[in-house]
Design a protein. Structure first.
Ligand code: FES
Ligand code: FES
Length: 156
C-alpha cells in the first residue's frame, strides 16, 4: 500500500492507505477528523468540502494519494482555540443551520467564497457559488445571510 503524506490543519500527517482511498476517507477514517461529512455518492452535496492548497475542494472527488504534499484544511482547523472563526460565528449568530449535517462543508465553502470575493460579496453571488452545496433543512435564507455577515467580518 502506498504511504501518503500531507499537512492537515497545520500538522504533518502520513498514513499507509490503499491507492483508491478518497481524501475524505483518509481524513475521517485514518485521521479521525469526522467533521468532514459524506452526504452523497454522486459528488453533488458538498458536505465533504475542505480546502486543498487554499481552495475549496470536494474531498470525495479526489484520492488521498493525489494530495501528496498538499496543505489541507478541515472544519476542525478553523477555530483559533476557543475562538470561533468569523464565518463559524456568523453561522451561529444568523442561525445558518438546523441539523448541522451540511454545515462543515457550507462553512468551508463559505470561507473560500469570502477569500475570492471579499467582504462585500452580494446575495446573488453567494447563491450562485453555493450551487455545489446542498442543505435539506434550512431553505438557504439564513445560510446566505450568514455567509454575507461572515465575509464582511473576515474583511475587517
Ligand atoms: S460527499 Fe457529497 S459531494 Fe462529496
Ligand atoms: S442544516 Fe441540515 S442539511 Fe443543512
Amino acid at each position: 500500500m502506498p504511504t501518503v503524506s500531507m499537512t492537515v490543519n497545520g500538522k504533518s500527517v502520513s498514513g499507509e492507505v490503499p491507492a483508491n482511498t478518497l481524501l475524505v476517507e483518509f481524513l475521517r477514517e485514518t485521521l479521525g477528523l469526522t467533521g468532514t461529512h459524506v452526504g452523497c455518492d454522486t459528488s453533488q452535496c458538498g458536505a465533504c468540502v475542505v480546502h486543498v492548497d487554499g481552495k475549496a475542494a470536494k474531498s470525495c472527488t479526489r484520492l488521498a494519494v493525489q494530495c501528496e504534499g498538499a496543505e489541507v484544511a478541515t472544519i476542525e482547523g478553523l477555530a483559533n482555540g476557543a475562538d470561533l472563526h468569523p464565518m463559524q460565528e456568523a453561522f451561529r449568530e444568523n442561525h445558518g443551520l438546523q441539523c448541522g449535517f451540511c454545515t462543515p462543508g457550507m462553512i468551508m465553502a463559505a470561507v473560500d467564497i469570502a477569500n475570492r470575493h471579499g467582504g462585500k460579496v452580494d446575495e446573488e453571488t453567494i447563491r450562485h457559488e453555493l450551487d455545489g452545496n446542498i442543505c435539506r433543512c434550512t431553505g438557504y435564507h439564513n445560510i446566505v445571510t450568514a455567509i454575507a455577515a461572515g465575509a464582511a467580518a473576515m474583511g475587517k
